[in-house]
Design a binder for this molecule. Structure first.
Ligand code: SAH
Ligand code: SF4
Ligand code: F3S
Length: 429
């Protein structure tokens, strides 16, 4: 019976499973915890039932993020009762909120850590204290074809609806030398694609240096570069020109607008008017004619009228987004918007959400169809699956499905055959 599929290592080595929710900050933090686990001698496993320790690295930005985590906690409690899982830890943004403590009580979680004391995981898994090393400056993982590099943590804005500043704290910019040092090490270890990461990367500053200076320096070292996410109030024309000028910066701009109505933008404390956003997009289109543009939009923030909603639909038409992440307003405990009058009824939010979605997708499909017949150089991100299809990205930042044997980090030339609203389908040539 030597081919039975049990986990032979389970009783010898300690095993751990990390589940990541939320944005790339969490993906990056999970990588750091993974390094700690490896150092402590843990083996990483995919399934909860094979894990001695399960870490849920959580997101708090909208209520459905919490609902998902509750589902997982329920399942983990069952596995714990059956003796399959020994310990459960909850980290990340829920851990940094009051709700972290409440979930701990409710589900009997063994360890709850916030975003500012994640290093305490060390003593929990038998490592010496790592307070000094688990700072915003701790690098991520090496040896991957593409990697995130944190350039700032936290956020100095106070958008009415947003919990991120509460759970991530104020902005800390990572020094230029340290960013460049990590990029260099990564590139030397074989990384081909660097994504600069932060909640408002374009707010990065250091003694007279600004984000565009940092981006330019990174683009001189790394073969391929992108950055996310940006705030319209910090986005400089110089940065938009740089994206157009440098061949190895991916020509996709993610610039969250949230609403097309000045009244709403003001209520949200976004710090810009719709007209200023439109002008930024014009500068982007002029400098980066082959670029793609994506955004975030919130439907149904308190006080949003039909008139405000129409302004958003107009802005969507005018800007011609290639993609948008549209969110239904979700009240977050402790934020200004959660206390505001004028809550929009759920069915109205749902209709507005769908109207925005339809407008964005119609436009995205139209723009993607214009690419049919084009020959593109495609960076492979995920290797072919059983269907033979690999997932890649054009220099303009379109997602592409292409039949190829190429490995992640390699480029293939391909012709676009057809297009959907979210993806291009191409054939290798
Ligand atoms: N720092 C980024 C956003 C991070 S959160 C920025 O400012 O662009 C990602 C997105 O989630 C936001 O852009 C916003 O569209 C959405 N979001 C944040 N809080 C929300 C809430 N309470 N309800 C609905 N959507 C929200
Ligand atoms: Fe949240 Fe606004 Fe900061 Fe973005 S800029 S993280 S939406 S507070
Ligand atoms: Fe969520 Fe925290 Fe990111 S709340 S969006 S995981 S910063």
């Amino acid at each position: 019976m030597n081919n039975t599929k049990t986990n032979p290592t389970k009783n010898q080595t300690q095993t751990a499973c990390i589940r990541t929710f939320g944005c790339q900050m969490n993906v990056h933090d999970s990588d750091r915890m993974r390094r700690m686990l490896i150092e402590a001698g843990y083996e990483e496993v995919e399934r909860y039932e094979d894990a001695d320790l399960v870490i849920l690295n959580t997101c708090y930005v909208r209520e459905n993020a919490v609902d998902r985590v509750r589902g997982h906690l329920g399942e983990l409690n069952r596995l714990k009762r059956e003796g399959k899982v020994k310990k459960v830890a909850l980290t990340g943004c829920i851990g940094a909120a009051e709700e972290g403590g409440e979930l701990k009580e409710q589900y009997g979680i063994d360890l709850v850590l916030g975003t500012h004391n994640t290093y305490e995981l060390a003593s929990f898994i038998g490592l010496p204290n790592m307070e000094e090393t688990f700072t915003p400056d701790l690098p991520g993982m090496k040896g991957q074809h593409s990697a995130f590099v944190t350039i700032m943590t936290g956020c100095n804005y106070q958008c009415s609806y947003c919990i991120v500043p509460t759970v991530r704290g104020r902005m800390i910019c990572r020094p230029l030398e340290n960013v460049l040092g990590e990029v260099k090490e990564l590139v030397e270890s074989g990384t081909k694609y660097i994504t600069l990461l932060g909640q408002t990367v374009d707010a990065w500053r250091q003694k007279g240096l600004r984000f565009c200076d940092l981006l330019e320096r990174v683009s001189e070292i790394a073969p391929r570069v992108w950055f996310t996410t940006s705030h319209p109030s910090n986005m400089e024309d110089r940065t938009l020109e740089l994206i157009g000028r440098k061949d190895n910066i991916v020509k996709r701009l993610h610039l969250p607008v949230q609403s097309g109505s000045d009244r709403m933008l003001k209520m949200m404390h976004r710090g810009y008017k719709a007209e200023r956003y439109r002008r930024k997009i014009e500068v982007f289109r002029e400098n980066v004619p082959d670029g793609t543009l994506s955004t975030d939009i919130i439907a149904g923030h308190p006080g949003e009228t039909e008139e405000d909603h129409q302004r958003t639909l107009e802005l969507v038409e005018d800007c011609g987004f290639d993609a948008a992440y549209i969110f239904k307003f979700s009240p977050r405990r402790g934020t200004e918007a959660a206390e505001m009058p004028g809550r929009v009824p759920e069915e109205v939010v749902q209709r507005r959400f769908l109207e925005i979605l339809r407008a964005v997708e119609g436009n995205a499909l139209k723009r993607n169809r214009e690419k049919i017949g084009a020959e593109e150089e495609i960076y492979i991100r995920h290797p072919r699956g059983e269907d033979g299809i690999a997932i890649g990205e054009t220099w303009s930042g379109h997602a592409v499905h292409v039949e190829t044997d190429a490995s992640p980090g390699e480029y293939v030339r391909a012709r676009v055959n057809s297009a959907g609203p979210h993806v291009l389908y191409a054939e290798e040539i």
